[in-house]
Design a protein around this ligand. Structure first.
Ligand code: CP3
Length: 341
């Protein structure tokens, strides 16, 4: 008998009580066992490309917390790396890339993306083999807009001004970069699903900074095309799209992208998200990560209000964005206890 992981049931539109749980960035620096493995790897990218180590850190949060899903340990910036752009991660700074020149997109290598990412696909195969059948393995990629913001600025910025400006000043060239990212991301997600991922998430961390026209053109349309492209090859692919900051545009985003579920950040009242979303499209979120650091009453009250507002709809419990390194482990345990009763 096949055991369908709870998260996949919710992405099919089933309502589960209590909802399944995973946490964005659940494998990471708040875990001492992650920090120990991180020390043994050379660079962060080497950790992503070393299947033994990446499999281990993917499984660590499942062993410790019994989450309902594992998320592949990798990063959204392996795509620029595969395209031949120089990518490194610096302690205390974050990602550092040699900024891409939109006039010289020919310099990017658009062939052999999936081959370059074989070590990550090997991690997918190993995790799926080691993970209990009732737990989902989530693959992921960055959405073209968010990946482009890092490719253009060469680093994180507070407001992604360089990419926003480039999209206005050179829309055709910017579009050409987005096209490259749509193609690479589609192939990469297909390969992850074929290697054993049960569902995939597309992270658009910077979608909310776009104006209305930009949101349609750079956030909705590329993700819609990736989802359609993946389903051409994997017809029943389960896909979660997370446009952080979508706000009142969340309903349109869900309908037009064709995702099975959408991430909801903590600034959107869940009751309003529920009202905006078609009944069969799952919501996922949306506890403020700061409540998880604070713990106690702030944590309990935040959890309870999300549970109350999502009764009767397909919902996956998560944070409204990634867990941060300073989060106490005891608070994660308390969160899970509160949700599962
Ligand atoms: O546990 C998981 O969720 C799986 C692994 C994962 C990582 N990054 C590992 C990581 C996932 C899904 C991501 C996604 C990601 N990466 C996003 C989208 C989601 C989000 O959080 O907004 C973005 C924008 C990136 C790019 C990125 N990677 C940045 C900006 C940084 C530096 C900031 C930071 O947290 O340090 C990273 C580095 C990174 N990616 C780390 C981890 C565990 C920390 C680096 C380290 O451990 O040395």
């Amino acid at each position: 008998m096949s055991v369908l992981p709870s998260i996949i049931r919710v992405l099919n539109g089933d309502v589960l009580d209590p909802p399944p749980i995973w946490i964005m960035r659940q494998a990471g620096r708040y875990l001492p066992e992650y920090r120990a493995v991180r020390k043994t790897a050379g660079s962060f990218l080497e950790l992503c490309y070393e299947p033994d180590l990446a499999t281990e850190v993917t499984l660590q949060p499942i062993r410790r917390f019994d989450f309902d899903a594992a998320i592949l340990f990798s990063d959204i910036l392996v795509i620029p790396d595969a395209l031949g752009q120089s990518v490194r991660f610096e302690e205390g700074i974050g990602p550092v890339l040699d900024p891409v020149d939109l006039a010289k997109l020919d310099a990017l290598r658009t062939e052999g993306i999936v081959e370059h990412l074989q070590p990550v696909l090997e991690t997918v195969r190993r995790v799926r083999a080691d993970l209990p059948r009732d737990k989902a393995l989530l693959g992921f990629c960055g959405a073209p807009w968010t990946v482009a913001t890092y490719m253009i600025a060469g680093q994180g910025t507070p407001d992604q001004a360089p990419a926003r400006l480039a999209a206005y000043e050179a829309p055709d060239r910017f579009e050409a970069l987005i096209e490259i990212l749509i193609g690479a991301s589609t192939d990469y997600l297909i390969a992850q699903l074929e290697a054993g991922a049960d569902a995939v998430q597309i992270f658009d961390t910077w979608a909310g900074i776009l104006d209305d026209e930009g949101f349609g053109r750079w956030a909705i349309d590329p993700v819609r095309r990736i989802i359609a492209g993946v389903r051409k090859v994997v017809p029943d692919a389960k896909i979660i799209a997370f446009a952080k900051g979508a706000g009142s545009r969340l309903g349109t985003y869900a309908r037009q992208t064709g995702a099975n579920g959408v991430g909801v950040d903590w600034t959107v009242p869940v009751a309003e998200a529920s009202a905006m979303l078609p009944a069969n499209i799952a919501s996922q979120g949306n506890l403020d990560p700061m409540r998880l650091i604070a713990g106690g009453e702030a944590l309990d009250a935040g959890v309870d209000s999300i549970l109350a507002a999502t009764v009767g709809r397909p919902h996956i419990f998560n944070l409204g964005h990634g867990i941060t390194p300073d989060t106490p482990i005891a608070n994660v345990e308390r969160l899970i206890g509160r949700i599962r009763g």
